[in-house]
Design a protein around this ligand. Structure first.
Ligand code: ADP
Ligand code: MG
Length: 385
């Protein structure tokens, strides 16, 4: 009999202890896995749930080795990890998914764009810009978007420039510039691919961004696009992950241009903020799906059973310190509202502190409730700025 598993089913080593890790650990426990988290912050959101944490930097070779040696399989919930050590550990026989080589390609946004272009995946035109230079920006032409090669997330590392005046806000780092896409909508598609190459895709979702900090503000699932656009987006996402031979869950961000064209914006080699609703709205949530994919288990059913919206709970401007949740009871009194608080010890303006998923029989009803949720619940802090 091959279909026999030990208990724990696997010891999962998780690099990064944030909210994505926390939800991954919860799913891992449900499947009978144990988890060890590597994060510099003692009592990280994921570490609290795992119960085992190595306190150390994500990129510290000694810590990464300790993690790999204490687990059966290693995965990560963030991209900015030093890949040299991961490559060496993999070469020694440690199982690490997604593969470190792919992480190295994706974490460098310029290499990621090159990969997409070379694989024939539609993406906006771009050129290398190792040193930002006003004349070179002007030659490429405005409006454009400058992006840092490394370390950007939630809009940090991205500057949109309407015209030459925008150059004043450029990032003084190596990166590239790309065409500004006149987008009708921003879409995201989650794809899971397991070690055997089996692929499953979730229904396309629509992301709406906060005008100030570019954090996902409001998510609508499924996206309000035609069935043709949705299935085209899903096929494009699968093609992208297959081209990458990715193992795990991947979030593929796309633009639907005003001309009706789908362009891949970026690929996240991990579970994604745009897939939180899968916990309540889909048969298999993205976190369990990621574990199934990396553990070589059959992938789960990705069907969405009910319309859903999701709002991030960001630290309210003007507050920091120990989080204080205002309006929790008011939102919990609304049917279909599911609150997730990440257990972060301190809040800061704009920091992701939790999210709320709202499910309802129709998308309109869910959106209406989500709007109410946004006005009712606030993450304050015990210190006013
Ligand atoms: N070429 C582009 N055209 C128009 N808007 C863009 C472009 N690139 C990025 N953006 C906007 O900036 C946001 C953040 O850029 P992204 O590359 O996704 O970086 P991050 O890693 O911070 O998510 C996107 O969600 C989109 O709203
Ligand atoms: Mg993005």
């Amino acid at each position: 009999m091959d279909d026999i598993y030990p208990y724990p089913v696997a010891r999962i080593g998780l690099i990064g202890g944030g909210q994505l890790g926390r939800m991954l650990v919860k799913a891992a426990k449900r499947l009978g896995c144990t988890c060890v988290v590597l994060d510099p912050l003692q009592g990280s959101p994921a570490g609290q749930v795992a119960g085992h944490q190595i306190v150390g930097d994500y990129s510290d070779p000694a810590m990464l080795r300790e993690l790999a040696e204490s687990c059966d399989i290693v995965t990560f919930e963030l991209e900015d990890i030093e890949t040299e050590t991961l490559l060496a550990l993999e070469a020694e026989g440690h199982r690490i998914y997604p593969r470190p080589q792919l992480l190295a390609t994706i974490q460098d946004k310029y290499r990621q764009k090159q990969f997409l272009r070379d694989a024939g995946i539609p993406t906006s035109e771009f050129i290398d810009m190792p040193r930002p230079d006003a004349a070179a920006f002007a030659r490429f032409g405005y409006p454009l978007v400058q992006k840092a090669r490394r370390g950007g997330y939630d809009g940090r590392g991205v500057v949109v420039m309407a015209d030459e005046g925008g150059f004043a806000n450029h990032l003084p780092v190596p990166g590239f510039v790309e065409r500004f896409v006149e987008a009708d909508k921003e879409l995201a598609v989650l794809v899971a691919r397991n070690v055997a190459g089996e692929c499953r895709v979730y229904p396309t979702v629509e992301m709406r961004f906060h005008p100030h900090d570019n954090v996902l503000d409001f998510l609508v699932a499924p996206a309000s696009v035609s069935p043709e656009v949705a299935s085209h987006a899903e096929a494009l996402a699968v093609r992208t992950v297959e081209a990458m031979q990715g193992v795990g869950v991947f979030g593929i961000e796309m633009f639907l241009s005003t001309a009706g064209e789908l362009l891949v914006n970026e690929v996240a080699p991990r579970t994604h903020n745009s897939g939180h609703h899968t916990i309540e709205a889909c048969v298999t949530d993205q976190f369990e799906q990621h574990l199934r994919a990396i553990l070589g288990l059959p992938l789960g059913d990705t069907r969405q059973l009910i319309p859903a919206t999701m709002v991030n709970l960001l630290g309210e401007p003007g507050y920091e310190g120990r989080p204080v949740i205002a309006g929790l009871a008011a939102v919990l009194a609304i049917a279909g509202v599911c609150v997730h608080i990440y257990g972060k010890a301190v809040t800061k303006p704009g920091r992701k502190m939790g999210h709320v998923t709202v499910i309802d029989d129709t998308l309109e009803a869910a959106c209406e409730k989500a709007q109410r949720v946004k006005t009712l619940i606030k993450i304050l802090g015990d210190k006013q700025l």
